[in-house]
Design a protein. Structure first.
Length: 312
């Protein structure tokens, strides 16, 4: 099949918007309603795109539409193009008025419990007109959003990016990870408390695909112990803190979380090999918007202020 010329004027921006909306809503009807179009007009526009490409983008079924192999590929590129155009508009607006703008930040489990709120507060003091959007998810969910332009940057524990082209990372500081429990947890009454003793209690751990979970499981293997069998898997820092505070559950949390909650506290069981590197993951080939650059500057400043806590 010959390469298709998509710059000859036949493909319109409205086509990209429509295709992405159909993929998001699962039907032409719902996409048309979302875009405030008549369904016949939406159907006609979809046919126009498919005629330009010479392939079928969606298969029709009784419950809506499903992207074909061609559709999945085209939707991915359409999202990237629309994200870049949104960013172009934001950047022009920011350059015209440096007091306004938007920065969208992805954050990971406990990746922002202290650092990100401080940096956001500092940014808002400087530029109250900038809107900050924070979205929490695991790194495997956030990375594609960063690559396609839906996120400006990701803040939190640095994950390996060797198999992800187009990303770079900035390390801000290293933070110890501590085992924590509520302050009146029965384990605190044991003398010579060791990791083995904590297996008598339930645990709340990060999801299996997270770097922290893998490191914790390696700690158990190094001690010749099985991982906890009575456990909850969770990436919501609020849920983790509530479970630890209200039950006998044990958790592994970054030190800044462990020492800033008055109802939970670290246990005297070290996790020497586990030290999370906190930093920012950025797009390598895409310049940051002025608002995102300001956010990164404040993250660096606040990280420098926090580093002293771990060097004492």
């Amino acid at each position: 099949m010959r390469p298709i010329d998509l710059l000859n004027g036949r493909l319109k921006l409205r086509h990209l918007v429509l295709v992405v909306a159909i993929a998001d809503h699962g039907s032409v009807l719902h996409a048309a309603r979302h875009l405030r179009l008549a369904q016949p007009a939406a159907t006609r526009s979809l046919r126009e795109v498919e005629d330009v490409l010479g392939v079928e983008l969606f298969t029709r079924g009784p419950r809506g539409v499903t992207p074909t192999l061609f559709g999945e590929a085209f939707v991915e590129h359409a999202r990237a193009v629309l994200a870049e155009l949104r960013r172009a508009g934001e950047r022009i607006a920011e350059l015209a008025d440096a007091r306004v703008g938007t920065v969208t930040i992805g954050t990971l489990l406990a990746g922002s419990n202290v650092l990100l709120p401080r940096a956001i507060a500092a940014l808002k003091r400087d530029r109250p007109g900038i809107t900050v959007i924070v979205r929490e998810a695991t790194f495997d969910v956030q990375a594609p959003r960063l690559l396609d332009g839906e996120l400006d940057l990701i803040v939190g524990r640095l994950n390996p990016i060797d198999d992800l082209r187009g990303l770079r990372q900035v390390t801000l500081y290293g933070e110890p990870v501590r085992l924590v429990a509520r302050r009146d947890h029965p384990a605190r009454r044991r003398r010579g408390l060791a990791l083995r003793d904590l297996l008598d209690y339930p645990w709340v751990l990060p999801l299996e695909q997270t770097a922290l979970r893998q490191e914790l499981e390696q700690v158990f293997r190094d001690e010749g112990l099985p991982p906890p069998s009575d456990l909850v898997e969770c990436t919501s820092i609020l849920t983790v803190r509530t479970l630890v505070r209200d039950t006998d559950m044990i958790a592994a949390l970054p030190e800044l979380v462990a020492v800033t909650d008055g109802e939970i506290a670290p246990l005297p069981v070290p996790l020497e090999p586990v030290r999370r590197q906190v930093g920012v993951t950025l797009p390598d080939g895409r310049p940051l918007t002025p608002s995102a650059r300001l956010m990164l500057d404040h993250l660096r400043r606040e990280a420098a202020a926090l580093t002293g806590r771990f060097e004492r």
